[in-house]
Write a protein that binds this ligand. Structure first.
Ligand code: SF4
Ligand code: SF4
Length: 431
């Protein structure tokens, strides 16, 4: 694609990076074929190629974002299915991130949008506030029939109770019964996930400890920053990024880290992008690069480093593996979780159209409810076709979204691995 940036515009590091990406695009439109929003809405501007044109037009012409541009870019799920399809290696993720930051810099959203987006940015990454919200929504839940549709939909995504961790809060979880440690890793325990599904972090720690891996949880690290990053809240997102980079890097220097483990693929994708985000930051460049290099999805880490000791069971389950978009398209971690799950002795089923998003996509199912709902219905229909005993996935957002549309139990991949390496049967499967 030909570009027309002036040399002055190219002094801006983000323009410079995006220009290189635009130049790779050959307008072929292959990406549209696998874009969930293009498939649903059939509008060129709701596909990746159209969105690339919109972003390019804004940036090259120093044009402030307008209602039309915002509508089409807001509808993008950041599922990155287009990146898996693109034959030219266009990094759409960096373009849409740039586009979203540019929108927030040049466009004033209506008051209710600003209020709601700020509310999400304040409440979701803050476990205490989020717990209080869960409490409030459960108080009001009996009255939901009287509430507007938009709010009613939100209630379907809110948990009915707050999860309780089975582990004592510690900074270091030591590998049990062994003097010989295999590795030392830091775990990103996350924000929303730690409130609604603490069993994900619990099982992650248990699997690692059981296989002689020491786990460090730095208490000051909560949110990875991706929630704000994807809403274009650059300043706030960068505050999270910088804090996390400094704290993990210090731990890496002081006591050593072999990996930083993420068990939420959306967060893992952002952690792996810290290196790009701080590519021109003199103070943080080297540290951010190291943090991104150290980051591994839990299944990726286990697959590469640990000989898991499975304990086969009499019952063979049919497990539908849902590969989150951030996992398969964002991090390109696809075969590893499936290979590990197969080793449990269960039957692992592929979901038809597994490359398509379930509609979760961070805050997308909150902000773009109609599209998210359609994607959820399609996903659930496809899951029902293969009739699994339960669904496994590696992303809390997908668990919440898919769980709101079906009674088929959905658990985290780590819960399956923990169960088949000596842990307890997940509560959701104890009927
Ligand atoms: S990230 Fe997903 S929704 Fe956005 S343009 Fe690409 S395929 Fe479409
Ligand atoms: S598939 Fe890649 S090269 Fe083709 S239009 Fe889409 S982004 Fe551009």
């Amino acid at each position: 694609m030909q570009t027309n940036f002036t040399s002055e515009q190219l002094l801006n590091k983000d323009n410079k990076s995006s220009e290189k990406i635009f130049r790779k695009c050959v307008h072929c439109g292959f990406c549209n074929a696998t874009c969930p929003t293009y498939q649903l809405l059939g509008d060129e501007l709701d596909g990746p190629r159209g969105r690339i044109y919109l972003i390019k037009d804004m940036l090259e012409n120093n044009k402030p974002a307008n209602d039309k541009i915002v509508k089409h870019l807001d509808r993008c799920l950041s599922c990155y299915s287009c990146m898996s399809t693109c034959p030219s290696g266009v990094n759409y993720m960096h373009l849409i991130d740039h586009g979203r930051n540019y929108i927030e810099e040049t466009y004033r959203r209506p008051f209710y949008q600003r209020f709601f987006r700020n509310f999400l940015s304040y409440s979701l990454p803050n476990p205490k506030v989020f717990k209080f919200l869960v409490f409030l929504t459960n108080l009001v839940r009996p009255l939901t029939t009287f509430l507007p549709g938009f709010i009613k939909e939100l209630f379907t995504l809110m948990p009915k109770k707050i999860g309780k961790s089975s582990l004592k809060v510690e900074k270091i979880y030591k590998a049990k019964k062994t003097k010989k440690r295999v590795a030392r890793v830091a775990l990103l325990t996350g924000c929303v996930q730690s409130v609604i599904a603490p069993e994900i972090n619990d099982t992650t720690i248990k699997i690692l400890n059981r296989h002689k891996v020491e786990v460090v949880v730095i208490p000051e690290i909560g949110c990875c920053g991706s929630l704000d990053h994807h809403m274009g809240h650059k300043v706030k997102a960068h505050e999270y990024f910088k804090k996390n980079i400094e704290l993990w890097y210090k731990e890496y220097l002081d006591k050593g880290l072999d990996a930083i483990i993420s068990n939420t693929s959306g967060c893992g994708t952002t952690l792996k992008d810290y290196a790009f985000i701080f590519r021109d930051d003199k103070a943080l460049k080297k540290k951010a690069k190291k943090i991104s290099e150290l980051t591994k999805d839990i299944t990726e880490f286990l697959h590469e480093n640990i000989k898991l000791k499975f304990k086969k069971k009499k019952t063979k389950y049919k497990i539908a593996y849902h590969s989150a978009c951030s996992m398969q398209h964002g991090q390109k971690v696809h075969s590893q979780p499936i290979e590990i799950l197969k080793k449990t002795g269960n039957e692992i089923l592929n979901i038809p159209d597994s490359h398509l998003c379930c509609g979760s996509a961070g805050t997308y199912n909150i902000l773009q409810q109609k599209i998210a709902k359609k994607l959820l219905i399609n996903k659930v229909e496809n899951i029902k076709k293969i009739n699994p005993d339960f669904i496994a996935t590696g992303n809390i957002g997908c668990m919440t979204q898919i769980g709101s549309g079906t009674n088929i139990p959905i658990i985290h991949t780590t819960e399956v691995i923990d169960w088949f390496t000596g842990g307890n049967k997940p509560n959701k499967l104890k009927l």
